[in-house]
Design a protein around this ligand. Structure first.
Ligand SMILES: [Zn+2]
Length: 448
């Protein structure tokens, strides 16, 4: 049982239906749910969190990640490569991972997300070497305390079949589907306020067969879970689709049942006008990953056009090996800046980018119980200290957090539980995880 009053915020940026910003307001959280928002809330017997000088926002939502990559950042030989070359450099290293690498990399990646204001994240794990399982990352999320949407990814076309990944990293398609069923039955929680929801997520159209794409969609619909993959990430990706499938990525997705409100695709940098209309019509979601797109030189996703057309758009930090940071607040700022590079200074405001990072992401992940500060919504809250942060000194507009604001939360609540306290992760022993992470990285390097 928890009963918490966040009091006297400089501004509560609610992201509610009318996008209210409330000066001097309080937020009351009880048993994991927001029960009241407004000025002068008086409550007896509650834990008081003083938010004087702080901006309070909904927790940020991350819609695309590969947490396991947190152990392979800034790898020489992959630092300046394009997507396909980058993958070929990293696959042999990932092939040496096992359950502990998956667990520790997820712990570290989730902690980094938490410090950047994230309360709900998805993860796309598509390789399972040496006994690794989706269960390893779910255990890590349970320790760190973030709301977690792991997706059971997969690759089935290895080098010997003309695919990109080494044969050691691909699985038989029957085994993939069987394990999807196992993890959904074991972990998926469809109820409101769920802390874990599982999705089905073949890695990309170029690493699994057409049959697996179709079967995955049928399975997900049968089980009532969501579908996720990479789509139209760059020019090579579109060229591959045209050459191999005889159609653009949007058409391929539609033909195989991969459109609808229960589907979201990562990147979509190269969607054309017709594909944007298709996504808008079908309410198919997009995980926009601006830092990764910049890092890999993939291009600028047409987010302005998508939003104007009505496509649900959320943000993703993408795997730490292609970002290389996992800061969600940084990703939101990058999304704003990148649209301005493409279309001018009025292409996206700081408030709109924050909206995409919060309620936008929640919509993409099918979570209408998250992403906003309103009575009845889950108590997922980020508190940003504008007074002690040098980055926000001199700001005339605290709610313009992405123009001048801290990059680390002061406090973070997930389901009413405090995960970050005074800028430090307090839900688990992060120092110990960092020590173990260094040992594991040295072990991976020694085996090269
Ligand atoms: Zn990705």
């Amino acid at each position: 049982m928890s009963d918490i009053l966040i009091r006297n915020a400089l501004s509560v940026v609610t992201m509610d239906e009318t996008r209210r910003e409330l000066a001097g307001a309080d937020v009351h959280l009880r048993n994991g749910v927001i029960v009241a928002v407004g000025a002068g809330l008086e409550r007896d017997g509650v834990q008081i969190i003083d938010a004087t000088g702080c901006v309070v926002t909904p927790g940020l939502v991350n819609t695309h990640h590969h947490l396991y990559q947190t152990l392979t950042r800034a790898v020489p030989g992959a630092q300046d490569a394009l997507l396909f070359g980058w993958l070929q450099r990293l696959y042999p290293i990932w092939a040496r991972f096992g359950p502990e690498e998956m667990f520790v990399s997820a712990q570290v990646g989730l902690a980094e997300l938490a410090l950047s204001g994230c309360t709900l994240t998805s993860d796309h794990l598509y390789l399972y070497p040496n006994g690794a399982r989706l269960d390893d990352t779910i255990a890590a999320a349970g320790e760190v305390g973030l709301r977690f949407h792991p997706t059971r990814g997969a690759m089935s076309i290895g080098e010997s079949d003309g695919g990109l990944p080494p044969d050691a990293l691909v699985e038989a398609e029957a085994d993939i589907l069987e394990d999807c069923i196992r993890v959904i039955d074991a972990f998926h929680d469809a109820s409101e306020g769920a802390m874990v929801r599982v999705g089905v997520a073949p890695c990309s159209p170029f690493s699994v067969s057409r049959d697996l794409m179709r079967d995955a969609a049928l399975l997900a619909r049968d089980k009532g879970v969501m579908l996720h993959t990479h789509l139209a990430e760059n020019d090579e990706d579109v060229a591959y689709s045209l050459a191999t499938f005889g159609c653009r990525p949007g058409q391929y997705a539609e033909d195989l049942g991969w459109t609808g409100p229960d589907v979201w695709h990562a990147h979509c940098v190269k969607l054309d006008g017709q594909e944007i209309d298709l996504f808008a019509r079908s309410r198919t979601g997009v995980a926009h990953c601006p830092c990764s797109n910049c890092r890999l030189g993939s291009g600028i996703a047409p987010v302005r056009r998508m939003r104007d057309a009505g496509v649900p758009v959320g943000l993703g930090v993408d795997g730490s090996a292609s970002n290389d940071m996992g800061s969600l607040i940084g990703e939101a700022r990058q999304a704003m800046l990148l649209q301005r590079v493409a279309r001018g200074a009025d292409a996206m405001s700081a408030r709109e980018a924050l909206e995409i990072a919060t309620r936008g992401g929640a919509e993409v992940l099918g979570r209408d119980d998250c992403g906003q500060i309103a009575p009845g919504k889950r108590a997922d809250i980020a508190i940003w200290d504008m007074t002690r942060a040098v980055e926000s000194a001199g700001s005339w507009d605290p709610a313009a957090l992405l123009l001048a604001g801290p990059t680390r939360v002061r406090d973070l609540f997930v389901e009413g539980r405090r995960i970050v306290t005074d800028h430090r992760v307090t839900s688990f022993d992060l120092e110990r995880a960092l020590v173990r992470q260094r040992q594991l990285v040295r072990g991976l390097q020694d085996k090269l």
